[in-house]
Design a protein. Structure first.
Length: 173
């Protein structure tokens, strides 16, 4: 029964709004982007969507120009509205609030994609503290992780992470 309850906790990932230590010693929290007034995750998503869809829209503009200027422009604007505008609108209405589980060895993040989103402290090359946007950015050789922390818990999580990353990791304040 205890294993089933632990599994249920991992599947639900309904973590507290503030950093809290669980019975297993791990710290868990959910970062509520609306409550914290932070639009940085949305801006990042819009930038990535635009970086993907603007070149495609421009290529499609040139390819469809032969069918008429107005039709080509409307097609491209529609493509941008669907590829950039719709995800931005969904993000504003229903932001996917990230959740984190922090242990002595790793940080695990939700929502999960195909991987298990477990990020070990070993191998961290750079830690960038951005308290203005409630973010601690961890960078490994190939990957990275943005850890969003409620303002009142930011200093604790920062110090906890800094105590566990390699001593030679670059620290940017």
């Amino acid at each position: 029964m205890a294993d089933q309850k632990g599994l249920q906790m991992e599947l639900d990932w309904d973590f507290p709004k503030k950093v809290q230590q669980g019975d297993d010693g791990a710290y868990r929290w959910t970062y509520d982007t609306k409550a914290q007034g932070n639009s940085q995750p949305r801006k990042t998503m819009v930038f990535i969507s635009a970086a993907v869809f603007v070149p495609i829209a421009l290529i499609m503009l040139f390819m469809t120009w032969q069918y008429g200027e107005l039709q080509a422009l409307l097609f491209c604007l529609g493509m941008l509205a669907i590829g950039v505008g719709l995800p931005a609108l969904i993000w504003v209405l229903l932001p996917p609030n990230p959740s984190f589980k922090m242990t002595e060895e790793y940080i695990e993040s939700w929502p999960k994609g195909k991987g298990n989103n477990i990020h070990r402290y070993e191998g961290v090359r750079r830690v960038t503290m951005e308290p203005r946007v409630d973010r601690i950015r961890l960078k490994w050789a190939v990957t990275g992780l943005d850890v969003y922390v409620p303002r009142e818990d930011y200093a604790f999580v920062r110090d906890y992470i800094l105590a566990r990353v390699p001593a030679d990791a670059e620290k940017i304040y």
